[in-house]
Design a protein around this ligand. Structure first.
Ligand code: GCW
Length: 600
């Protein structure tokens, strides 16, 4: 490790302290004899060291290296959804790296490698256990705390602090109390005692992560209390130790009746949390999913992001590809995240401009597991890498990040790098082409969420409806419909409310339109759907051709494992193409203008 001057450290590197630099920041100054790394703290040294190694690996020479770099946010968080059984919720890379058979259990060397891997991309907070806390996992703050503390100790030298996901009902579950009511004195005392115990074992714990009143998890609402009451009782217990509560805003009615057209799930987070601005303690961070739905291929940014002036927020992304191909289909998330960050929040500001201000932390759901290559799909490693890089510096482009990842992983030969870069940059758009069209979301198979099922969620309780009939599709979310658009800044509200100004890729998120509606391309909405679905499947054939062409330049194992996944992706893309096109043809009765194969 860098600080010990060991393994990684190339010769000729000198370290100096410059207290004027911000926390975790570094300055690299190259020269003939080597390189100087300056920082105010040890974390800055480490990040400077990793940055130097990356520069050298990408072909830089010490003389040409000169950079000063500070992170945009002080908390760059990775959330694992790992269960103590060893299963990973929405995991596509094998089993848990941390848990097995109900115990904290790991390979110590691999764990050190993992900590180093995360640190090298700038991640500095990690939660090992799932936000859906099982009764067994709840015990990570009682009898399993010692084991967790040992795990935390492996990450500490890499400047990564641990977060624990806790169950809101812990006072009942673990403490034997009759209530978890946040305004009950006994409950507050129970949390205070729990915090004291936990901080004895893990003194630098970053805090507790809580999923409450969400998808059948207990929470304050059931007791007639607010989300602020719920978050604050835990925050006050952690406060003496400098700990925080990361309180998730994924609160919505998951038992909706599909006949009910008034309730509109995307409105839920804002409706629940915006009115509470100012009532959260200052060590509460509200963790908000980037979109109002749920990590879909295309959705607008959450109107809650940046809307609460007196409340700290974390933006939550999903690195694991739940709805984006499950690490079978190629999907470079950096492309989507760049769009999310570039999206406006008003006529003068972009979401990127909120990062470091209203958005004080960035969190993401991990895509790693115990597969040998960490991420199942080798190219999905780039998604974890991209998350770390973007959390550190949200001004980076997907092109810069992916180009670096390819260079660091496969070398800098342009004959490999350029075609692979283009393929990865295209991958999000290609997946979107064969998925649910124009921001419609949710046309996936229920439960496991891979592959098409246009009405899989149409008559369900999850609040996920597109309401297709023979003439039209989509939900009107303007003032004439559910009124969702009113949650946005007036500039965006106007933009989204008018189909002429609404970004076309989001058209069916905000509007209900006939299949014959004319798009800017001059095509009808339906023809656009047919065309993109035929194109999407063809594009995947193109990926296979490109990848095969790169075979001589690739390590054998990477070539074969990705080739196998691309084959599966093609099957999936064709299935999506045929199911979606057939669905719309059968609904509308309008044929494809080019007369391609659709199943009557
Ligand atoms: O997208 C949904 C997932 C659940 C997940 C939930 C959440 C951890 O399907 O598996 O539960 O989101 O974010 O809490």
């Amino acid at each position: 490790m860098w600080l010990q001057g060991g393994d990684d450290c190339p010769p000729g590197v000198r370290f100096e302290t410059d207290p004027s630099l911000p926390p975790e920041a570094f300055r690299l100054t190259g020269g003939k004899g080597g390189c100087l790394i300056e920082s105010a703290d040890e974390a800055g040294r480490m990040y400077g060291g990793y940055a130097l190694l990356a520069k050298l690996a990408l072909g830089g020479t010490p003389e040409t290296i000169s950079m000063t770099n500070a992170p945009a946010v002080s908390e760059r968080i990775l959330n694992h959804w790992d269960n103590l059984t060893g299963d990973v919720e929405r995991g596509y890379s094998g089993k848990s790296l941390f848990f097995k058979n109900g115990e904290v259990s790991y390979d110590p060397q691999r764990m050190k490698d993992y900590a180093r891997l995360l640190a090298s991309v700038g991640i500095n907070r990690v939660c090992f256990n799932n936000v859906n806390v099982t009764p067994l996992a709840a015990r990570l703050i009682t009898d399993k705390l010692g084991d967790l503390a040992q795990l935390a100790a492996i990450f500490r030298p890499f400047h990564i602090k641990t977060i624990i996901a806790v169950d809101f009902s812990s006072p009942i579950l673990l403490g034997g109390l009759s209530t978890a009511d946040p305004l009950d004195g006994g409950v507050a005392a129970w949390w205070a005692k729990a915090a004291e115990t936990v901080y004895k074992a893990i003194p630098d714990l970053a805090g507790f992560l809580v999923k409450a009143d969400s998808e059948f998890r207990d929470g304050p609402a059931a007791m007639g209390r607010t989300q602020a009451d719920g978050a604050n009782v835990i925050a006050r217990a952690l406060k003496p130790y400098g700990g925080k509560v990361y309180w998730r805003c994924f609160v919505y009615n998951c038992e909706q009746d599909w006949r009910d057209t008034k309730t509109d799930r995307p409105k839920a987070a804002y409706d629940h949390f915006f009115p509470l601005d100012g009532s959260f303690d200052n060590n509460v961070i509200l963790q908000v999913k980037h979109g109002p739905s749920d990590f879909q291929v295309r959705e607008p940014n959450s109107p809650l992001l940046g809307a609460m002036k007196d409340t700290a927020q974390a933006m939550e992304l999903q690195v694991t590809q739940e709805y984006t191909g499950q690490q079978i289909d190629l999907y470079a998330l950096a492309v989507q995240w760049e769009e999310i960050l570039s999206a406006p929040v008003s006529d003068t500001r972009s979401t990127r401009g909120l990062v470091g201000q209203e958005i004080q932390a960035v969190a993401a759901v991990a895509n790693t597991g115990d597969d040998a290559n960490w991420t199942g799909h080798t190219l999905a490693q780039a998604n974890l890498y991209a998350f770390g890089r973007l959390a550190w510096d949200p001004s980076l482009t997907a092109r810069e990040i992916l180009s670096d990842w390819i260079g660091l992983t496969f070398g800098t030969n342009p004959a490999l790098r350029e075609p692979l870069l283009n393929m990865m940059l295209d991958s999000r758009g290609v997946y979107e082409k064969y998925n649910a069209p124009l921001g419609l979301c949710w046309m996936v198979n229920i439960n496991h969420h891979y592959g098409p099922s246009p009405e899989g969620y149409e008559f369900s309780k999850w609040g996920t409806y597109h309401r297709a009939d023979a003439k039209a599709i989509g939900v009107d979310r303007t003032d004439n419909g559910t009124g969702y658009t009113s949650q946005y800044h007036p500039y965006l509200r106007a933009l989204y409310s008018n189909p002429d100004t609404c970004p076309e890729e989001l058209l069916l998120y905000f509007h209900r339109l006939p299949y014959t509606y004319t798009l800017k391309s001059g095509k009808t909405l339906l023809q656009h759907i047919y065309d993109t679905h035929f194109e999407g499947a063809e594009d995947v054939e193109g990926f296979i051709e490109t990848w095969d062409g790169l075979q001589p330049l690739l390590p054998e194992s990477a070539y074969y494992s990705v080739a196998a996944r691309l084959k599966r992706q093609l099957v999936n893309a064709r299935e999506w193409r045929d199911v979606i096109n057939t669905y719309f043809y059968r609904k509308s009765g309008i044929p494809d203008r080019q007369g391609r194969k659709i199943y009557p």
